[in-house]
Design a protein around this ligand. Structure first.
Ligand SMILES: [Zn+2]
Length: 114
């Protein structure tokens, strides 16, 4: 007899609480639809190569860290004038996400003082 996947309890490791949907649960394999819509609007407006690159990196970041970027972050990224400025938004968003998985750089040989 096959196991019905709907009977399986959900694990926190397979999803995240979405900051853009009032903390609603999203499956980890899919990005938030509301977030995607918002993202698409900004990405459509990206007329230059470096703007398109910027939004490509934002998408890659969100795929790797689902639920890390809020709508406010997207606006800030859109308005950022320098690469430094929007990269800072990306790194800041990482500190906000709850770590559900151990990041490899934390486990393998950190820097040691003296
Ligand atoms: Zn959402």
């Amino acid at each position: 007899m096959l196991t019905d996947p709907r009977n399986q309890p959900r694990s926190d490791a397979e999803g995240y609480h979405c900051p853009n949907c009032g903390g609603a649960w999203h499956d980890g394999s899919e990005l938030c639809v509301d977030w995607m819509n918002r993202f698409a609007r900004y990405a459509e407006d990206a007329s230059t190569d470096h703007r398109q690159t910027r939004w490509g990196k934002v998408m890659a970041h969100e795929i790797r860290n689902p639920g890390s970027l809020t709508f406010a972050d997207l606006r800030e990224i859109d308005e950022a004038l320098t690469e430094e400025a929007w990269m800072a938004v990306l790194s800041r968003s990482l500190g906000r996400t709850k770590p559900t998985q151990t990041r490899p750089e934390d486990r393998e040989g950190g820097k040691r003082d003296g």
